[in-house]
Design a protein around this ligand. Structure first.
Ligand code: FES
Length: 68
């Protein structure tokens, strides 16, 4: 359980200090594309270094859970 909690607080986007938890909440709220995640969380709007990590998280979440 401890590992799950600490994983959620992992910073994915260092430019804007966006945690995995922030991304998961945005995805659950309907942000199902990179552009929507950018607009909702600012993740991947700086250097772009986290882009593929963010895309992978979106794809994994949408695959694991059916939202909507
Ligand atoms: S680390 Fe996310 S935009 Fe730079």
């Amino acid at each position: 359980m401890e590992d799950v909690i600490s994983e959620e607080y992992r910073v994915v986007c260092f430019c804007h200090n966006v945690m995995l938890l922030d991304l998961l909440r945005a995805i659950q709220a309907g942000a199902d594309t990179l552009e929507k995640i950018k607009a909702d969380t600012c993740a991947s709007t700086g250097c772009g270094g986290c882009k593929w990590d963010v895309v992978a998280i979106i794809e994994q979440e949408l695959k694991d859970k059916k939202y909507g």
